[in-house]
Design a protein around this ligand. Structure first.
Ligand SMILES: [Cu+2]
Length: 200
């Protein structure tokens, strides 16, 4: 009788530990892959407008759809602009999916804002260029980040004057060719990406 009670208790405790582990691992997985961290902060319309400025050392060439970044600065990245050539666009300094030429050693503070009313988006730096598969984020989930230099969760669509954002800084210390893309399924596949060239 005593043994049975202990077994019963042990089974109960094991079940509780198992459930707790499932909940904790689910929370970690959800946060890493879908990035609850990406969607909690938002800007108002006026905060967004005040960020929409060109910093010193940033030069824009609309003819070449290229932005030159010679000094460490903040770049506002707006995902899913309604006036873009397609919904698969990033608008940076007034250009859509521009090439960004960055001087080696420069740190860029990216403020990524979802201004799309319909879809989630993110903005990830990668060493891997197009073509991208439908599940361009799978690489991240499958192998723990091969190709991705940064990662963030999906930002919810804008609503009620809330523009959800995520910001991070990246030091471009190695010259070379890199890429930025949205890993929401189908977005990079359909052109939601651009090139980054780090020059000496
Ligand atoms: Cu997207």
């Amino acid at each position: 009788m005593k043994i049975n009670m202990n077994l019963h208790k042990a089974f109960g405790i094991a079940a509780i530990i198992f459930l707790a582990a499932v909940i904790i691992f689910s929370a970690i997985y959800y946060k890493d892959v879908y990035g609850a961290s990406g969607g909690s902060q938002y800007l108002t319309q006026s905060q967004l407008e005040s960020l929409n400025v060109t910093g010193p050392g940033v030069y824009i060439s609309p003819a070449n759809s290229t932005i030159y970044v010679n000094n460490s600065t903040t770049l506002l990245v707006m995902a899913g602009p309604m006036d873009g050539p397609s919904m698969y666009s990033f608008e940076i300094e007034g250009l859509f999916n521009p090439t960004i030429v960055i001087r080696e050693g420069v740190t860029v503070h990216f403020v990524v804002v979802n201004i799309d009313t319909d879809s989630e988006h993110n903005f990830v730096l990668s060493t891997r260029g197009p073509p991208y598969p439908y599940m361009s984020g799978m690489e991240y989930m499958g192998s723990g980040g091969f190709g991705f230099m940064t990662y963030m969760g999906f930002l919810p669509p804008t609503n009620s004057g809330h523009f959800y954002y995520y910001d991070f800084s990246y030091a471009f210390s190695q010259s070379g060719t890199y890429w930025y893309l949205c890993t929401y399924p189908g977005h990079a596949e359909n052109g939601m990406y651009g090139k980054i060239v780090v020059d000496q």
